[in-house]
Design a protein around this ligand. Structure first.
Ligand code: SF4
Length: 345
């Protein structure tokens, strides 16, 4: 049987493991508490007996994640972590400070299949899905590194979380569990490019996790030029799934909209967007898109961004402009992975 990563086991799994091995049940909680502090090194778990440590190191993958690089933005203190996984894959995680506390943006896959034309991650290709423990590990290890509790988590880094649905749900359960990260569901946001079947499945889970949908265009024709996923699901289908989510959860949805110069940032686009989103309880998050070398799109001009926001607000929409963070360390939206590639290949 394939070995599992220690962070993939829930507290209940640990209890079963201890029982199977003939160790006392209370050892499960002791061990789990160390892991939830971000300690993966068995030698540091001072109250865990050696025979248990020996069994664990034989049966499971223990130190599967390590911080390969840690970069700190000189502009705003944003931190980027490059983690190396046990099989050589690398993932990136970004830690940002807001007034409310530390927020972390984690990856859900090593690489990405979605191929969005404006995203550096898409150019790096797909490696594999991350396990729930590898998602959890990003929060735990970055938090331990920062020496501070993490206040909120967004699953918005590399990858499409709904393309890794079961592991995502496993992660959300551990993040929300009292003995796990103990993060309120409302402090967790999952971001999708609009995989309709999984959006519907997600609207059935019994957790008040926030949903964010990357729209980036007000009509299918334009959206298809930005995101190949638009060829699979129309905006109408995506918005119908959003209405179902809203009905089932009573939660407000966030729509992400990256602005590209002369492409999707015109006044006509703003008016059309307000029209298609009319009646949905939502919030629009505008992003003045970040460029990377080789990107076919240019960032919107500040005047176009302001005009776009104004038009939406005049149409009665709730809009915010996302604060750019960590651009000097390639940690901003759409910039992940590429910087690492340039340095390592
Ligand atoms: S924007 Fe997200 S979904 Fe699209 S290619 Fe980049 S990482 Fe993948």
């Amino acid at each position: 049987m394939e070995k599992r990563f220690v962070l993939d086991l829930t507290l209940q799994d640990w209890e079963e493991y201890m029982k199977e091995k003939g160790f006392p049940k209370f050892r499960a909680l002791q061990l789990y508490q160390w892991l939830m502090k971000g300690t993966l090194d068995l030698s540091k778990m001072t109250n865990v007996p050696n025979d248990i440590k020996k069994a664990i190191s034989e049966d499971l993958i223990v130190e599967s994640m390590s911080v390969e690089k840690h970069l700190v933005s000189k502009i705003d203190g944003t931190q980027k972590f490059v983690f190396q996984l046990y099989d050589g894959h690398r993932i990136e995680t970004v830690l940002m400070r807001y007034k409310t506390g530390l927020s972390i943006c984690i990856s859900s896959q090593a690489g990405c299949k979605m191929g969005c034309n404006f995203c550096a991650s898409a150019h790096a290709g797909f490696g594999r899905n991350l396990t729930s423990g590898e998602m959890l590990g990003q929060v735990l290890l970055a938090g331990a590194f920062a020496g501070e509790r993490i206040h909120s988590v967004v699953v918005m880094g590399i990858g499409e979380p709904f393309d890794n649905f079961d592991n995502l749900i496993g992660f959300l359960k551990s993040a929300n569990a009292e003995q796990g990260l103990n993060l309120g569901a409302r402090h967790i946001t999952v971001s999708t490019r609009g995989l309709v079947p999984q959006m519907l499945q997600f609207s059935e889970i019994d957790m008040q996790v926030n949903l964010s949908v990357s729209l980036h265009a007000p009509n299918d024709e334009l959206r298809k030029t930005l995101m190949p996923v638009a060829k699979r699901y129309s905006i109408k289908e995506v918005l119908d799934a959003c209405r179902t989510y809203e009905k089932n959860t009573n939660r407000r949805i966030t729509f992400e909209y990256s602005l590209f110069d002369g492409v999707n940032d015109t006044p006509e686009c703003a008016r059309e967007l307000a029209k298609v989103l009319h009646g949905i309880h939502c919030h629009i998050n505008l992003i003045a898109a970040n460029e990377f070398d080789g990107s076919p799109f240019k960032r919107s001009k500040p005047a176009s961004v302001r005009a776009f926001q104004d038009l939406l607000e005049k149409s009665g929409m709730t809009v915010t402009l996302r604060r750019e963070m960590g651009t000097d360390i390639m940690a901003a939206c759409g910039q992940l992975r590429r910087g690492l590639q340039e340095k390592t290949t």
